[in-house]
Design a protein around this ligand. Structure first.
Ligand SMILES: NC(=O)c1ccc[n+]([C@@H]2O[C@H](COP(=O)([O-])OP(=O)(O)OC[C@H]3O[C@@H](n4cnc5c(N)ncnc54)[C@H](OP(=O)(O)O)[C@@H]3O)[C@@H](O)[C@H]2O)c1
Length: 306
């Protein structure tokens, strides 16, 4: 089969080449990949991977062989799949745990945005507990995870405030359910009950200062690439700021994600959730699509296989 493989002799660190088909274990179904949606972090992480490795976390495709032990998706079903490797290829192995079902007739390009971005947003938001009638801040609202977090928080009844540096993303964020869009936490009036942070660094520190008593900040992403420095007093409790929680998150440690991916896929297919696919390109154009400086505006770039 053809697959993008890590190749450190190439300027992009990737080569599309023939590799052996993956050998399924007893719990593995084989999926013919129709679309995959790289995360910027996947591309940035190539430097740390060995030559020959087939990268990629997110894919959507059709089951062409069921698992020998009878678990997992059935022949012919369309699935979305999450794993730490193997998505950027014609065939991928999935298990009952790593796959969600996509509705019949769903668009694989839209579905491929679900695994990392959609599931991280959903699981991160759950850490906040009920957000009904509460003010929630999404730091980095225009990131792939942020766009899902804004929609899911708004649907959960939150008053969502999103941050972005991109003035062009404002209308999109308002359309997706944000009530306010600001450039940075300092531009906020008042406090928030919870925050989903995709940026880290000074954004996280300043957002933590805006948490109401009992509030939680989920440190989900670190796109700003800055260290976090809390000044003396930043972690004091007083009558206005006490019982605040800062928690980290790692999607790879989450379990039982299949049903959540199936739910997200259905919500997208039935038009209640927007995966914000900004571009669909042939998979042979992966390296051009993710060349340094190629990102333009919010949304996922999806690669179409076949
Ligand atoms: N913990 C986990 O399991 C997990 C899972 C998924 C993702 N993540 C992490 O979550 C983060 C978001 O991922 P993603 O794929 O959604 O990102 P993405 O689509 O690549 O978007 C990142 C966004 O961050 C903003 N940004 C970048 N540098 C910034 C800076 N210096 N200051 C302020 N804003 C900045 C940009 O938005 P504007 O230009 O519009 O401001 C950009 O659109 C990444 O750090 C990723 O590694 C973690």
């Amino acid at each position: 089969m053809l697959a993008w493989t890590v190749d450190h002799s190439s300027p992009s660190r990737l080569t599309l080449r023939e590799v052996p088909e993956p050998a399924p274990g007893p719990h593995d179904a084989v999926v013919r990949v129709q679309a995959f949606a790289p995360n910027h972090g996947d591309v940035e992480g190539l430097a740390g991977l060995p030559d020959g490795f087939v990268p990629g976390w997110d894919a959507a495709g059709v089951v062409v062989a069921e698992a020998a032990d009878g678990t997992g998706p059935r022949l012919g079903q369309t699935v979305v799949s999450l794993g730490s490797h193997g998505a950027w290829a014609e065939l991928r192995l999935v298990t009952a745990e790593s796959a969600g079902l996509a509705p019949e007739g769903s668009d694989p390009h839209a579905m491929s945005a679900v695994p990392v971005a959609g599931t991280s947003a959903l699981r991160g938001l759950r850490r906040l507990g009920s957000v009904l009638g509460k003010r929630v801040l999404v730091l980095g609202g225009s990131s792939a995870v942020g766009l899902f977090a804004v929609q899911l928080a708004a649907r959960s009844g939150a008053h969502v405030v999103a941050t972005t540096r991109d003035p062009g993303a404002r209308e999109l964020l308002l359309r997706l359910g944000a009530r306010d869009v600001v450039r940075a936490p300092d531009d906020l009036d008042g406090e928030v009950a919870g925050a989903i942070d995709l940026l880290g660094g000074s954004h996280l520190v300043r957002a933590f200062a805006r948490l109401a008593p009992g509030g939680t900040l989920v440190a989900l992403g670190h796109a700003a690439g800055e260290e976090e420095r809390f000044g003396y007093g930043a972690l004091f409790g007083d009558s206005n700021q006490h019982d605040r929680t800062l928690t980290t998150f790692f999607l790879g440690a989450e379990t039982g994600i299949g049903p959540d991916m199936s739910w997200l896929a259905t919500e997208i297919h039935e038009g209640r959730l927007d995966p914000v696919v900004s571009a669909v390109r042939p998979w042979r154009e992966l390296t051009e699509a993710f060349a340094p400086g190629s990102r333009r505006g919010p949304g996922k770039t999806v690669l179409s296989v076949g």
